[in-house]
Write a protein that binds this ligand. Structure first.
Ligand SMILES: [Zn+2]
Length: 159
């Protein structure tokens, strides 16, 4: 049986992914799996220039949890994880029970379904919309580059 270091919990009607155990900085949290698509959709994560991964459902609950529950990862303006390709990596130490998040602007060039951020970060401008890297200002883009996917950095390098 495959065990994962995270679990899904529901809080005020919102599903989120919590650390099931303490996760060290730099630790691989999950390699996401799913159906590939050439276009972004509401629940896809961009893993390459024209590569978007959509979580699919599995009949096997253990496989579902370890491979596909990543779809409940929420956006955060100061996240504790980031993506390198399909690998979700801990950006800092994540204590047990803490929500695991990543910055959607670091994976998505242009989101299919932009939304108003409701994360609790002090520097999160109230009412700002998360719509992808291309919608960020130059300073915001620069600050985010280190944790961005390769395809975002490649486009950014071209200017
Ligand atoms: Zn925010």
């Amino acid at each position: 049986m495959t065990t994962s270091c995270f679990r899904v919990s529901e809080h005020k009607g919102q599903r989120r992914v919590l650390a099931r155990q303490a996760i060290s900085q730099g630790e691989l949290i999950v390699v996401i799996q799913g159906k590939e698509s050439r276009h972004p959709m509401r629940y896809t994560v961009q893993v390459g220039e024209n590569e978007h991964l959509e979580s699919t459902a599995s009949e096997d609950p253990a496989k579902q949890a370890s491979h596909y529950d990543w779809r409940y990862l929420n956006h955060h303006c100061a996240p504790n994880a980031y993506f390198r390709g399909r690998s979700l990596i801990a950006l800092k130490e994540i204590p047990v029970g803490v929500e695991i998040t990543f910055n959607y602007n670091a994976t998505e060039q242009q989101m299919a379904s932009p939304f108003v951020c409701w994360c609790d970060h002090v520097a999160c401008p109230e009412g700002h919309t998360v719509s992808g890297f291309s919608a960020l200002g130059p300073a915001e883009q620069e600050a985010l580059l280190d944790t961005c996917q390769e395809h975002i950095r490649a486009v950014h390098a071209l200017g």
